[in-house]
Design a protein around this ligand. Structure first.
Ligand SMILES: Cc1cc2nc3c(=O)[nH]c(=O)nc-3n(C[C@H](O)[C@H](O)[C@H](O)COP(=O)(O)OP(=O)(O)OC[C@H]3O[C@@H](n4cnc5c(N)ncnc54)[C@H](O)[C@@H]3O)c2cc1C
Length: 508
């Protein structure tokens, strides 16, 4: 990179932070930085849509995204009232497992009350609602259509800015000259494809060690309009993996009364790539409930696939030499297999750590070492729960662990405490001690009868039938929930276009 080509722009003084990337980790980090810094600039390679819209930088947005309990709580701390905003925009609140049919590793779980829940919505909607909060924050500026290409080193192992280039569609290489954007603190939230190791290497720093755990899982996702006459006392369906069968599947309601359906394969098996294959895959799962639901539903778009989902953790905390005033967060730090839905939780956790430490120290200078260590500590539970393999290493401890896991899974089909603990573990949450000991008693106590083979619901309407292609002016379709016999549209449906059947094209 030629220095001459760089146009230098000064930050105009202390108190300016730059965040690279405006997906969930970038947005939440920006919010955290506003507590201390005077100004925050979020640099994003894409042009950002006003409202929920697709963009290239977040291809995974086509897949089912659930905002788990810890992510909701953390977001609420960062953006008070955000849950309400999301629900108002169309996100669906789902109590786990009360509002779900949930096939655990050893059978259907009872629909008992717990303190767990998720918000289900299209990923574009989640980002758009959070982005709106930052648009109205006078401290935050978005620099869209700009790509960060390098870090600017400062004296005494510091970073003092980033080099960025704006898109220029008239130029043959598509970019304007690079310019320096000065900063007193830089956060890399550029996702799984982060260039931070290369940027650091250019400045003479060592590459971080990486832990990689790949279960060979691939995902196939599509949207459906529920069948006409569909009536259910559940909102969501989740088929967990079981010993010997790594596949899992989810059907979640999303804004506009649609269903987002994902099937995950394991062990390198390719995912279904069109609707016929998806239906066959659904029929071959441990229970045909998903097939029963979608065979009379109307596909609303292609089946999208995603295969790059290995767990990858960059151990920046272990590097002895590191530039101060620079931090890596979110997927750029630890990208997790989406099987447990931990990715957005981890992004929010990183922002909470940033918020807490910057507030506690009252400065962004000289705290990078503490921040890196605190982040490593905070993300460890999510990493462990995502990388727990079905066949842990041999040894007495591992054998006992496996035996306990299988007894807990069996107990969870009948005992509410065991079910609640299983779900806490799945979400990577620390369960209260009282719950742990009750679940332990249930798991180690009397042998349980074989788990019920039928899901704890009676209300998938026998009258359900595939809808006819709808005219563009037809009213939007609602998911009916509760035990009433007549479908009733959700509050959000009115804001969304009517569901339109779509073809079978594949785009991965
Ligand atoms: C199939 C699938 C399903 C998932 N489901 C869930 C789920 O249910 N629940 C959950 O919690 N998580 C889920 N996740 C994970 C979740 O999508 C991510 O963890 C989340 O998006 C946070 O990522 P991030 O912000 O760190 O990075 P990303 O979302 O990857 O965003 C990176 C951003 O940086 C921008 N960028 C990249 N490079 C540059 C650059 N050089 N300059 C400027 N901008 C740049 C990109 O354009 C993009 O906007 C899923 C992931 C996948 C793949």
């Amino acid at each position: 990179m030629s220095l001459d080509a760089r146009v230098v722009e000064s930050s105009g003084g202390h108190g300016h932070a730059v965040v690279i990337g405006s997906s969930l980790a970038g947005l939440t980090a920006a919010r955290a930085l506003t507590g201390l810094m005077d100004r925050v600039t979020v640099i994003e390679r894409d042009w950002l849509p006003r409202g929920p819209g697709r963009r290239r930088g977040v291809p995974q947005a086509r897949h089912t995204h659930s905002l788990m309990t810890a992510a909701q709580q953390g977001l609420e701390q960062l953006f008070p009232g955000i849950r309400q905003d999301l629900v108002r925009a169309g996100a669906v609140h789902i109590r786990i497992p009360e509002d779900m049919l949930l096939l655990g590793p050893a059978g259907w779980l009872p629909r008992v009350p717990t303190d767990l829940s998720m918000l289900s919505a299209g990923r574009d909607l989640l980002d758009a609602v959070i982005r709106e909060r930052l648009y109205v924050d006078p401290k935050v500026t978005f620099l869209q259509d700009h790509e960060v290409v390098a870090l600017e080193p400062g004296p005494h192992d510091t970073v003092t800015g980033v080099w960025a280039r704006g898109r220029n569609r008239k130029e043959c290489d598509g970019w304007n000259p690079e310019r320096l954007i000065g900063a007193d603190f830089v956060v890399d939230a550029s996702g799984r494809g982060s260039q931070a190791p290369e940027w650091l290497a250019e400045l003479g720093y060592a590459a971080p060690a990486e832990s990689v755990a790949d279960s060979g899982t691939s995902y196939a996702t599509t949207l459906y309009a529920p069948p006409v006459g569909h009536v259910a006392d559940f909102k969501s369906l989740f088929l967990m993996p079981s010993p010997g069968d790594p596949r899992q599947a989810v059907l979640n309601p999303v804004e506009g009364g649609r269903w987002s359906v994902t099937i995950a394969t394991g062990n390198g098996t390719p995912p279904p790539s069109d609707h016929a294959e998806l239906l066959r895959a659904a029929a071959s799962l441990r229970h045909p409930m998903l097939r029963d639901l979608i065979e009379t539903a109307t596909p609303l778009g292609p089946v999208y696939t995603c295969g790059r989902t290995e767990n990858r953790l960059r151990h920046y905390e272990k590097l002895r030499r590191w530039p101060d005033q620079f931090l890596v967060v979110g997927d750029a730090l630890a990208a997790l297999d989406p099987a447990h839905g931990h990715g957005m939780t981890l992004a929010v956790e990183c922002a909470l750590v940033l918020d807490h430490l910057l507030t506690a120290h009252g400065t962004a200078v000289g705290v990078s070492h503490r921040l890196r260590r605190a982040l490593a500590h905070r993300i460890a539970p999510a990493w462990q729960s995502s990388t727990r393999t079905p066949a842990p290493p041999a040894g007495l401890r591992a054998r006992l662990g496996r035996r306990y896991a299988s007894r807990l899974a069996a107990a969870a089909t009948a005992d509410p405490h065991a079910a609640a603990l299983l779900l806490h573990l799945h979400q990577g949450l620390a369960a209260p001690a009282a719950l742990r000991s009750r679940a332990l008693r249930a798991a180690l106590g009397t042998r349980h009868d074989p788990a019920p083979m039928t899901p704890p619901s009676v209300t998938h309407g026998p009258e359900a039938r595939r809808r006819r292609p709808v005219a563009p002016t037809a009213p939007a379709i609602g998911v009916s929930t509760g035990s009433s016999a007549r479908p009733r549209p959700t509050g959000s449906s009115a804001h969304w276009p009517a569901a339109q059947p779509a073809g079978d094209r594949r785009r991965s």
